[in-house]
Design a protein around this ligand. Structure first.
Ligand SMILES: Cc1cc2nc3c(=O)[nH]c(=O)nc-3n(C[C@H](O)[C@H](O)[C@H](O)COP(=O)(O)OP(=O)(O)OC[C@H]3O[C@@H](n4cnc5c(N)ncnc54)[C@H](O)[C@@H]3O)c2cc1C
Ligand SMILES: NC(=O)c1ccc[n+]([C@@H]2O[C@H](COP(=O)([O-])OP(=O)(O)OC[C@H]3O[C@@H](n4cnc5c(N)ncnc54)[C@H](O)[C@@H]3O)[C@@H](O)[C@H]2O)c1
Length: 503
């Protein structure tokens, strides 16, 4: 194990040098997305000298090309949908002329761009204020264990390079007529007819944006059902609320095997589809635009992993529960070894591709660096899809929970709450949806919660807290919920779990 200590960069302020003087920094972080940023803030909070290599992209995917701009598009397009929904407004006693509701595509796009820039600026300022050294360049590992080429050495090094869109073979992306989320977020145009390939989080959120702005959408999904990774019962409700009630049609069980860009107004985008099982050609669509929302892959190429002797699983870096890098994936015949002083957090380790998970990983890695053993409980990390209405969840799907219960020998309980009789939802005129709580009947512990309905993304937090803290349904059923709020949907489910009825 070589401790280099040789690469000194004179421009770094001496006050930031690692405490033992052997390294330039206590912690060097490669990548400044939400993962790297979270790690950097916590690192400084613990008094560790910290350098973060941003590659000129502070904020990474979430801030510049992900969560932040997509939520801005969803907020603005959601208002357009609301204002055009005259039947809903009339039920509240409001008359509007839907034809006079106007929006500018450029204005909505600018809202997303400006917000991303603002949040990016906030992130940069927070790093500077806390005394982090932000290095503009890309960081790369070298054969020297604690060196980041060519700038600095860190006693501990954290990899946080994130992920990039996955583009399936046969698909040509021009980011104009055939685009990933990177291009879609610029909202260069609002196509009359857009095919969205993949019905995961990104596809679903963009179908919400596009249909609100007047597009027709065709989903192309390789699996046999739409939203294949969601809880089945919730996906069925989502299909009713978010797909069938809107100008959306879909094909399932088919791969988009060849997608060719077009020229707006001149030549359509062509999409060849093959049967997912037989691989036979089934249909060719001609549409105005195609959005490729087929998942994301780790951004770990060209960062020195090979040189450092680390094997990945299709680019994902294998880590243990403490976010420490292991030399190779778990596989027959190979025994992963711990790489000392090297951590990998966020999308690049493939544990959970969510912004708040990345940031939690960063904090956890620093805890371990400080010698306080810590592991992130992924079962307690909530997720949300910000459609209208929203979908949220914590823990496994019901299908997975049934399997877990069988395998581990416990009894699965299930209880539901409905938005239908909830006073707040009724006042808003938005009473579609449900919450279901899955729990262990023997211990009363909450295993999972799935919600579809108004503000589901905010509602899930109390459930995530319950999973994290091991709060039982018995305890939850006795906690008083504010009236009239949407949280009473959960109150109904918690009380139902122990045979009580909500008021
Ligand atoms: C459209 C969209 C919407 C999303 N919405 C949500 C949401 O609502 N909620 C949610 O929780 N998640 C959402 N996500 C997922 C979320 O964006 C990611 O999970 C999160 O950004 C992962 O953070 P990260 O720090 O691991 O990686 P990233 O945010 O990808 O950041 C990694 C950074 O490292 C940089 N980098 C890479 N290699 C190097 C190098 N060698 N040197 C220096 N820098 C390097 C990259 O350029 C990038 O800036 C969304 C994603 C997309 C695409
Ligand atoms: N609100 C959020 O938290 C949020 C929002 C957006 C993205 N994200 C994160 O970003 C990541 C990527 O999202 P995503 O929606 O791209 O991925 P995803 O993995 O959620 O969904 C991709 C879908 O594409 C389908 N698919 C793959 N190849 C195909 C092909 N050739 N033809 C047809 N269908 C195909 C898959 O079956 C799958 O259903 C997710 O892991 C998610 O966690 C989160």
């Amino acid at each position: 194990f070589v401790s280099p200590g040789s690469v000194k960069v004179p421009s770094f302020s001496s006050s930031l040098s690692a405490s033992d003087g052997e390294f330039d920094f206590d912690v060097a972080i490669i990548g400044c997305g939400v993962g790297g940023h979270g790690a950097a803030l916590h690192s400084r909070g613990q008094g560790l000298s910290t350098a973060v290599f941003s590659g000129g992209d502070v904020g990474g995917t979430c801030v510049n090309r992900g969560c932040v701009p997509s939520k801005a598009l969803l907020a603005a397009s959601g208002r357009v949908r609301d204002m055009k929904d005259t039947a809903h407004l009339e039920s509240l006693g409001i008359q509007v002329d839907a034809a006079s509701v106007n929006y500018s595509r450029e204005g909505i796009a600018a809202h997303a761009k400006n917000l991303a820039n603002r949040v990016k600026g906030n992130l940069e300022n927070s790093l500077i204020a806390l005394g982090c050294e932000v290095v503009e360049g890309r960081g790369m590992l070298t054969a020297n264990p604690q060196e980041v080429k060519d700038e600095a050495t860190g006693k501990d090094v954290i990899l946080a390079p994130g992920s990039i869109p996955f583009v399936p073979p046969g698909v040509t992306v021009d980011e104009k007529t055939v685009y990933t989320s990177d291009g879609a977020l610029e909202l260069g145009f609002v196509p009359e007819w857009v095919a969205i390939i993949g019905s995961g989080y990104i596809g679903l959120e963009f179908s919400d944006v596009y249909t609100a702005l007047g597009s027709e959408v065709t989903f192309i999904e390789a699996m046999d059902t739409l939203m294949p990774t969601f809880d089945r019962e919730i996906a069925k409700q989502a299909e009713r609320l978010l797909i069938r009630d809107r100008p959306i049609d879909f094909r399932t069980g088919v791969f988009a095997s060849e997608v060719t860009p077009g020229i707006p107004g001149v030549k359509p985008v062509t999409i060849k589809m093959i049967d997912a099982k037989t691989k036979e050609h089934v249909e060719t669509l001609e549409v105005d635009a195609a959005m490729i929302a087929t998942g994301r892959v780790p951004n770990t190429a060209n960062m020195g992993l090979v040189e450092r002797g680390i094997e990945t699983n299709r680019g994902f870096v294998n880590v243990n529960g403490k976010m420490q890098v292991l030399s190779c994936p778990e596989a027959e015949g190979s025994v992963p070894e711990l790489i000392p002083n090297l951590y990998c957090i966020g999308d690049a380790n493939g544990k959970m591709m969510l912004a708040h998970a990345a940031s939690a990983h960063g904090i956890s890695a620093i805890e371990n660096i400080c010698g306080r053993s810590h592991e992130v409980n992924h079962n307690a990390i909530p997720a949300a899809c910000f459609t209208h209405p929203e979908i949220s969840m914590v823990g496994p799907t019901e299908e997975q929970a049934i399997e877990m219960a069988e395998k581990e020998g416990w009894t699965l309980g299930k209880s539901q709450g409905s938005f239908r009789a909830n006073s707040k939802a009724l006042a808003e005129g938005e009473s579609a949806g449900m919450a279901k709580v899955l729990f262990n009947k023997e211990t009363g512990n909450v295993v999972a919660v799935h919600i579809i309905g108004l503000h589901a993304a905010d509602l899930i937090q109390e459930c995530a807290n319950a999973v994290a803290a091991g709060t039982t349904v018995q305890e939850l059923s006795m906690i008083v919920h504010t009236h009239p709020t949407l949280s009473e949907v959960l109150d109904e489910a918690f009380k139902g779990a122990v045979g009580m009825s909500a008021h």
